[in-house]
Design a protein around this ligand. Structure first.
Ligand code: NAD
Ligand code: MG
Length: 394
């Protein structure tokens, strides 16, 4: 029986890498649904190639021409619309696994729908987990979902953990998680030049080709901050148990440090098809198309501690992780607005952290009882961030 896969965010960097891996194993996997938001010509091309049962687009206006084009090509793919369509293909009874690869808070409800339907959830959309951590993990438990991390670091940590890590890190002899970071394109820039960094420079990541939002997050290291929070939820770790290590080559994807002094690492070329193939086939192993690692060509691996003056977002994220409640949702929402404003040329690179800090100072985090608490925190942080932009944006 072929596994039926819904790919949320199919037109993005992770979505395309997922389809590349799936296409290598046509006897094992079948694309059930593809979703896109803006690059709808690309979505049409992907539909013609993978012939899914469903496609999802943001609006009815966008659905009509896509439906017509697919029918003209003899496909019986049904085009659905909006968040409801996304949730439908995430939770559909015939779906086995869902790749959650929408960027940002927009992915929260569809990803949760997949969890609540007890699917195998391949989680790239870290923002969803950062925002709703406790509720998300409770839902995984309650509905028997299988949550597999796609983020390369968390996939590496998962691979280095013992099978029974859910008993608690202390119980299984784990001392710390060492979360690696490349340091991004600005790791060696003179500090005073960061203010003039352009979106193009921020998106030119030295080791990974990714969507623009996560590329800016990598440049500010907010990505590592979000990943710190992500690691705490996935592995039931305290923030103090997660140490960030800059490793510029991005060959070691993260490590687990045990009480006996053993440190296990997962290595590989920086190519997201490795964690995608791992999570698709787990506990089996399948070909991902990634070239074998050539240690002689790499020759050396370097490590350094992150500098919080250079990367203030990392500190803000650690504080939010420690504060808990709605703090990570506030942080995430403020960051999404700040990154979009930076990409639009409305704030400077160094103002991303300043704006997030201003938002966090204005709103108090509260305990999370239900999803509404998270959604309200998200909306509140976006509103305060927009106010800040009107006042201080360019
Ligand atoms: P991307 O920008 O390339 O793709 C994002 C996808 O989400 C696209 O298909 C887009 O159409 C869709 N989308 C955007 N806004 C949407 C909305 N409002 N509603 C519905 N769909 C929407 O991003 P990416 O690099 O593929 O990253 C996707 C997710 O995976 C992010 O959460 C990112 O942090 C995570 N991730 C990416 C990488 C990577 O190497 N690219 C690595 C680790 C984690
Ligand atoms: Mg990552």
């Amino acid at each position: 029986m072929k596994q039926q896969i819904s790919v949320l965010g199919a037109t993005g960097s992770i979505g395309l890498s997922t389809l590349d891996v799936i296409a290598r194993h046509p006897h094992d996997y079948q694309v059930f649904a593809l979703t896109g938001f803006s690059r709808l010509v690309e979505l049409e091309r992907l539909c013609l190639l993978h012939r899914p049962r469903f496609a999802v687009v943001p609006t009815a206006e966008a659905a009509r021409p896509l439906q017509a084009a697919l029918e003209a090509n003899g496909l019986d793919t049904r085009v659905l619309v909006g968040e409801q369509g996304l949730c439908e293909v995430a939770a559909h009874p015939e779906v086995d696994a869902v790749m959650a690869a929408i960027v940002g808070a927009a992915g929260l409800k569809p990803t949760l729908a997949a969890v609540q339907a007890g699917k195998r959830v391949l989680l790239a959309n870290k923002e969803a987990l950062v925002m709703s951590g406790a509720l998300f993990m409770q839902a995984v438990q309650a509905h028997g979902a299988v949550l597999l991390p796609i983020d390369s670091e968390h996939n590496a940590i998962f691979q280095c953990m013992p099978g029974d890590y859910a008993r608690g890190l202390g119980q299984v002899g784990v001392r710390r998680i060492l979360l690696t970071a490349s340091g991004g394109p600005f790791r060696n820039w003179p500090l005073e030049r960061l203010a003039e960094a352009t979106p193009q420079q921020a998106c030119a990541h030295p080791n990974w080709a990714m969507g623009r939002k996560i590329s800016v997050d990598s440049a500010s290291m907010m990505n590592k901050g979000l990943e710190l929070i992500e690691a705490c939820w996935l592995f039931d770790a305290r923030p103090a148990q997660v140490e960030v290590v800059i490793h510029p080559q991005s060959v070691i994807h993260s490590l687990v440090d045990y009480v006996d002094g053993s440190v296990l690492a997962q290595l590989g070329n920086p190519d997201m098809r490795t964690p995608i193939a791992h999570a698709l086939a787990w506990p089996r192993r399948i070909d991902s198309g990634v070239a074998p690692l050539d240690l002689f060509a790499i020759a050396r691996l370097d490590f350094e501690a992150p500098d919080e003056r250079r990367f203030p977002c990392l500190k803000l994220a650690r504080q939010a992780a420690e504060a808990g409640g709605t703090a990570p949702a506030l942080l995430n929402a403020a960051n999404e607005v700040a990154v979009a404003a930076f990409l639009d040329g409305r704030i400077r690179f160094d103002e991303i952290a300043r704006m997030i800090e201003a938002v966090l100072n204005r709103i108090s985090a509260i305990a999370v009882q239900q999803l509404d608490d998270v959604l309200q925190a998200d909306a509140q942080a976006r509103a305060v961030a927009q106010d800040w932009l009107v006042r201080y944006g360019h």
